[in-house]
Design a binder for this molecule. Structure first.
Ligand code: ADP
Length: 400
């Protein structure tokens, strides 16, 4: 079984050809700067340590996907000899609204529903749809499966996902908390449950810390709360997103600075977070390096980032009536010992005790970071969203 996993963004397209049963990656890569100058195609065959970076003209997603298929089928560095070897295509979709609590085979009706959710994710869903339509054009008859970032969080209880706005904003406009990074929260919490021996009851907090960052409370395998909201802007402080703020501050800044809606949106989504406070970069590594040089704003950005995670850990432990395990994932969660240490420091009263020596060593794979006498497990678990997409695609296509 070989599943092609596609993650189409507005100007980029990530892809992997995976065996959903073993997780083996046959080929992996990225088309970057689609529709912009200096576009390029990256292609890698991990089993052969083969890497290729080609400056390619990629005016559209269709051209980009054609080049991807050509690379995968290439006589020398390709990994398959015919397109028939690809059994199905799994697509990452950012927003499934309330319609999609599970991954689904893409039919004409499903496409229609996905299109109706464009309004909820105007930046992401159109690109995702373009990816699906392009694959349907290039590989007619191939089963396509949609895997939604929001689906895992559809189990949240109403008191967790409702905003205290006039009720008709929910019924008429579908304004509520949806949450994102669902495939990652699902993968990490499932892995943690397996590590714990799949107990009947479990309370897990997953901290997905990357450029985008979110945290979730997973009780007995189900998401019961998560920090992102109607859009990915809510919750933790992120690379360039502000996370939780007083909504009145938005109106105040917009009015005082005379900004348009889209300028204000860009200020909150692209100019805030670590970038907004530190001022020089949105990247955690740059921030950590600047701290070593004594940069005060970098120090503040890190302290704010950590404080927010800790606040959510406390809130979600309260929401679940305790916590058995705290997991860190994403570029920052998997790599920054400082962020992990900061996030759990001071939580000893909750039975959370980090093994600081183990935490500071860089080890691959799933790593236990809690001290032997910690009541709560702390783990670093590398996420694998593509594998979730490939597994769901395989399960759905084979059930058909
Ligand atoms: P995305 O949300 O785009 O998938 P990633 O999960 O790749 O993001 O995370 C990117 C973040 O991870 C960046 O802020 C980057 O600085 C951070 N990161 C990557 N490696 C390290 C490291 N060794 N130490 C600290 N932060 C790191």
């Amino acid at each position: 079984m070989k599943v092609l996993v596609i993650n189409a963004g507005s100007s980029s397209l990530k892809y992997q050809l995976i065996n959903p049963e073993t997780g083996e990656i046959f080929a992996i890569g990225l088309c970057d700067r689609i529709g912009i100058e200096n576009s390029k195609l990256e292609y890698e065959v991990p089993s052969k340590d083969f890497e290729l970076e080609l400056k390619e003209d990629l005016p559209t997603h269709k051209v980009a996907l054609e080049k991807v298929l050509a690379a995968i089928l290439h006589t020398e560095h390709g990994v398959i000899s015919s397109i028939d070897e690809i059994d199905a295509v799994g697509h990452r979709l950012v927003h499934g609204g309330e319609e999609f609590a599970h991954s689904t085979l893409i039919t004409a009706d499903v496409m229609e529903s996905i299109k109706q959710n464009i309004e909820l994710a105007p930046l992401h869903n159109p690109a995702n749809i373009m990816g699906i339509e392009t694959i349907m054009e290039l590989m007619p008859g191939k089963p396509n499966v949609a895997v939604f970032d929001t689906a895992f969080h559809q189990t949240m209880p109403k008191e967790a996902y409702m905003y205290a706005l006039p009720y008709e904003d929910y019924t008429e406009l579908k304004v509520r908390k949806y949450g994102f990074h669902g495939t990652s929260h699902l993968f990490v919490s499932t892995t943690m449950n397996e590590i714990m021996g799949n107990p009947k009851e479990s309370k897990i907090i997953v901290c997905h810390l990357g450029n985008g960052a979110s945290i979730s409370a997973v009780k007995n395998g189900k998401s019961v709360d998560t920090s992102m909201g109607l859009t990915p802007l809510q919750g933790l402080m992120m690379g360039t997103r502000c996370g939780d703020i007083d909504p009145a501050a938005v109106l105040f800044i917009k009015g005082k600075r005379g900004l348009t809606d889209s300028e204000m949106d860009a200020r909150l989504n692209k100019k805030s977070g670590i970038l907004g406070i530190f001022g020089k970069s949105s990247d955690c590594r740059d921030m950590e390096n600047a701290i070593k040089d004594g940069d005060e704003r970098a120090k503040l950005a890190e302290a704010m980032f950590i404080y927010k995670i800790k606040s959510y850990i406390g809130a979600y432990a309260a929401a679940m009536g305790g916590v058995d395990a705290i997991c860190f994932t994403g570029g920052i969660g998997e790599n920054s010992a400082t962020m992990r240490e900061g996030a759990v420091k001071g939580l000893e009263y909750m039975g959370v005790k980090l093994d600081t020596a183990v935490n500071s060593v860089r080890n691959k794979g799933n790593v236990k970071l809690s001290a032997e006498d910690s009541k709560v497990l702390i783990y670093k678990i590398p996420t694998n969203e593509e594998l979730v997409i490939a597994r769901d695609t395989n399960a759905i296509v084979n059930k058909k």
